[in-house]
Design a protein around this ligand. Structure first.
Ligand SMILES: [Zn+2]
Length: 76
């Protein structure tokens, strides 16, 4: 796989913007690290499941399907 400059820049932008939180993943039920990919959407570093963070008095994580990020995966 060849990473051109543009892809590398996008990747570093993602890393710069990313934030990590720990929480319980609804997919694998592990207490794990979740990496923020955009806004309130997180990805489990254990199983790769996409999760939406809902703050409603307490933080809940719910499973989501992010089709646009599947496309990014295919390209990268
Ligand atoms: Zn998980």
């Amino acid at each position: 796989m060849v990473m051109d400059k543009k892809n590398r820049k996008i990747f570093s932008d993602i890393i710069k913007k990313a934030k990590m939180v720990d929480g319980i993943c609804p997919y694998c039920s592990q207490h794990t690290l979740l990496i923020s990919i955009v806004n309130d959407f997180f990805r489990c570093l254990t199983c790769g499941g996409d999760i939406e963070q809902k703050v409603n008095g307490k933080i809940n994580y719910i499973p989501v399907q992010l089709e646009e990020f599947d496309e990014v995966k295919k390209d990268g």
